[in-house]
Design a protein around this ligand. Structure first.
Ligand code: FE
Length: 339
């Protein structure tokens, strides 16, 4: 009897001791900055006991790294922005399919890969922003109309080398066809107030400074400028308002940030668990609040600054189309002289 008790005690003790030795881990390659993701990862670890090793870097560099590491890559999950990039990662063979009831229920079908190679985690809206003193919202309607003669030397937009513009153009190819989209791109280039330079934030600043009247930009940049600590940026952002384009038609062009399990993953169950955690209600609200994007899951809260812009109708186009139409978009933007 005593022997049995002692033996049971040893078993319990050794199983307790074994936990730290066999602790589950997941290795995450993230194109999102540490501040946007680390607190979520810490909470994931607290909840599940799964340790997360985080590697951050630029999206394209992380994709190259995954390709060169191949089967030996330590990565289990790739987290990046833009469906066009997630599509490229899938095409490059660095992701694998992952099925999850939780992910399928939480994420609308158009915001995840149809085969489960990646899942959208947040939504970003690419909109028209205008100078409140120089433009009345009634003057605006669609992305297409920014090619009209009324906007001569009035538009600011970043370079076509940027994936956000490539994805917007890809969505327009789907809606209007290649020929019409190329005509539009040429007209838009003809209406630019200046040669494309800088990122979306720089287009917002250029509108505020009076260099242009309208800009095409992602809403979270305006949110970050309004919600951040930089007084000059806040003052600039306050001169602009958000216009939701194409509300009578297909809706605002939206994109995602998302994650997929890597082809080389040695911790697939933990990798899926991590992605599932990122679509939990608490994680969705925290993530959307910090990055000024929209939660991908219905019912989760956006940041108060973002919510104040009101609701909008979003294009329901499947994100896969943004990737599929990317090469055609890049070619036509180039022919249109959008550099
Ligand atoms: Fe961005």
């Amino acid at each position: 009897m005593q022997k049995t008790t002692l033996w049971a005690g040893i078993c319990v003790l050794s199983s307790l001791l074994a936990i730290p030795l066999q602790a589950a881990e997941v290795n995450l390659y993230s194109a999102r900055k540490e501040a946007l993701i680390k607190p979520l990862l810490d909470r994931f670890t607290q909840t599940t006991g799964i340790k997360v090793n985080l590697v951050t870097g630029k999206a394209d560099a992380l994709l190259k790294r995954l390709q060169s590491e191949g089967r030996n890559s330590p990565a289990d999950v790739l987290l990046t922005t833009d469906a066009g990039r997630l599509y490229r990662a899938k095409q490059a063979g660095v992701l694998q399919t992952a099925t999850s009831e939780i992910l399928q229920q939480a994420i609308p079908a158009q915001y995840r890969d149809s085969e489960g190679f990646w899942y959208g985690l947040s939504l970003r809206a690419r909109v028209i922003m205008y100078h409140k003193d120089k433009v009345k919202p009634e003057q605006l309607s669609t992305y297409e109309a920014l090619g009209d003669a009324t906007w001569k030397k009035a538009v600011c937009v970043r370079s076509s080398s940027n994936i956000y513009n490539q994805s917007l153009t890809a969505s327009m190819i789907e809606a209007n066809g290649k020929a019409e989209t190329e005509t539009w791109a040429k007209a838009l280039v003809g209406n630019l107030a200046r040669k494309p330079a800088g990122g979306d934030r720089d287009q917002i600043k250029a509108v505020a400074a009076g260099q242009c009247k309208v800009a095409i930009a992602n809403t979270y940049y305006l949110g970050m400028m309004l919600g951040g600590d930089d007084a000059a940026q806040k003052a600039a952002a306050e001169k602009l308002a958000v216009f939701w384009p194409n509300q009578q038609g297909r809706g605002v062009h939206v994109n995602v940030s998302g994650a997929g399990v890597t082809a080389a993953s040695k911790n697939k169950p933990e990798a899926i668990q991590l992605i599932e955690y990122l679509v939990s209600d608490a994680a969705q609200s925290w993530y959307a609040d910090k990055n000024y994007e929209y939660p991908v899951k219905a019912g989760a809260q956006a940041n108060a600054i973002v919510s104040a812009w009101g609701d909008f109708k979003a294009d329901t186009l499947h994100m896969d189309k943004l990737g599929e139409n990317n090469p055609a978009a890049v070619r036509l933007m180039d022919r249109a002289g959008w550099r």
